[in-house]
Design a protein around this ligand. Structure first.
Ligand code: NIG
Ligand code: FE
Length: 412
């Protein structure tokens, strides 16, 4: 099966030599080919180049996309999109003056979502989640990571992870699964945090690993949730069972989460709204990807990750939605790309690199997605007619995508 896409106005993020990620000044470089073709074979990128070099292939499907831009689909490396119900009442509570922390202390927040999820059947959870997944695919996401963490007991955490696995089987995009049992201390373990940590280590992590339900292990390393010491214990247990660390750090307070992440060779450290010089330093010469989640900053009104400081220090940066019912109820990567340009002073080139190849690395998918490279999945976005890729972040809140292709097939 071959399809030729021809007369592409600009083919964006073309990487002939496969790369893992881009960092520092290289983030401001976005290789493109103007007036290009793209050849797809069996769901993979088989060839690309200038139209003047387009092969004359007989009897194959041809799609003319004159005047439009093609770029790899977004790689959303941090979501919690499997959840039950919504939390707009807390949103209104915050408008009326309560803080996110105050709501959590009253049993709202993550515990509110846990209660709703525990009372929802697996099929109903799948139904709600698949709607969200389909919505983000239409918005251009072509690879996604999804976390557990609203179950907070063995049965409900396994339910979440089985739903994630089912989504991975049923949809054409790669879906990575993260076990986030250490998202909050469950109500029944109030004032008994170490007993819950023992439960995680002795019972939940081994079971999740035995059933092959997760790729990554995550911890919400934060004041009032899990300390640096707790995080170390949980990551060690995860690693022992073959799970790769990928953690929540520095959202409200910087307590050494970045350091513990780097120590345990985390694939990524995510949030980073609070960033100290020593956090930047420890990330240098590490293989850990810093990940910013601007939707959360926007929605909670907390600081944005200091992207300029991160990138100007020579580090890479990825960006993701954090799609979840409490702190970022949107999985729209187009909004994320625009926000980092507007609020974090990233250039469109930096933003697109952060949302594609660097996002792919942050979920271990850099060999399959994140760039237009021969042999990668033919997961790409065809825009509406636009003057340049700069228009995407500029035209915030507007829908600039005409079609999304997964494995070379248009998403209906
Ligand atoms: O990434 N920070 C922890 N977890 C989520 C929010 C969870 C919630 O409020 O439901 C986050 O922001
Ligand atoms: Fe998160």
């Amino acid at each position: 099966m071959q399809t030729l896409f021809k007369n592409i106005m600009e083919l964006v993020q073309v990487r002939e030599t496969p790369i893992s990620f881009v960092s520092g000044k290289d983030m401001n470089v976005l290789p493109t080919i103007k007036d290009a073709f793209l050849l797809v074979e069996n769901g993979l990128i088989a060839d690309y180049g200038k139209m003047s070099d387009c092969p004359d292939l007989k009897d194959i499907e041809v799609v003319d996309i004159s005047g439009k831009t093609v770029l790899p689909t977004w790689c959303d490396s941090h979501t919690h999109l499997v959840y039950a119900g919504t939390r707009e009442t807390e949103f209104v509570d915050r408008i009326n003056g309560l803080s996110y922390e105050e709501i959590a202390q009253r049993g709202g927040g993550i515990l509110n979502s846990a209660k709703q999820l525990q009372n929802t059947s697996e099929d109903e959870l799948y139904r709600q989640s698949k709607e969200r997944l389909e919505a983000i695919i239409r918005l251009g996401t072509g690879a996604v990571e999804i976390k557990s963490g609203y179950g907070l007991n063995l049965e409900a955490e396994l339910k979440m992870l089985r739903v994630i696995k089912r989504l991975n089987n049923d949809y054409a995009l790669p879906v990575k699964a993260t076990f986030l049992g250490a998202h909050a201390i469950p109500q029944e373990f109030k004032n008994k945090k170490s007993a819950y940590i023992n439960r995680l280590i002795d019972e939940m992590i081994p079971r999740v690993a035995d059933e092959n339900l997760a790729d990554f292990i995550d911890v919400f390393c934060e004041t009032g949730y899990f300390s640096v010491e707790d995080t170390a214990l949980i990551l060690e247990a995860g690693i022992k069972h073959g799970l790769v660390p990928k953690i929540h750090v520095n959202q409200f307070t910087a307590i050494g989460g970045v350091q513990v992440g780097v120590k345990y060779r985390a694939l990524s450290v995510d949030h980073l709204e609070e960033m100290r010089d020593e956090d930047i330093e420890v990330l240098m010469n590490s293989s850990t990807m810093p990940v910013a989640l601007p939707g959360c900053s926007y929605f909670l009104g907390i600081p944005y990750t200091p992207a300029r400081k991160v990138i100007d220090s020579g580090l890479p940066l990825a960006i993701a939605t954090d799609f979840n019912p409490g702190s970022a109820p949107s999985g729209n990567m187009n909004f994320v790309v625009s926000s980092v340009c507007v609020k974090m002073k990233m250039t469109p080139e930096e933003a697109i690199n952060a949302a594609t190849i660097n996002g792919a690395y942050a979920m271990g998918l850099e060999k399959q997605v994140g760039s237009i490279t021969k042999g990668k999945l033919a997961n790409f976005i065809v825009t509406k007619p636009i003057s340049s890729y700069n228009f995407l972040p500029y035209s915030f809140g507007n829908h600039c995508i005409e079609n999304v292709y997964l494995k070379g097939k248009v998403v209906e």
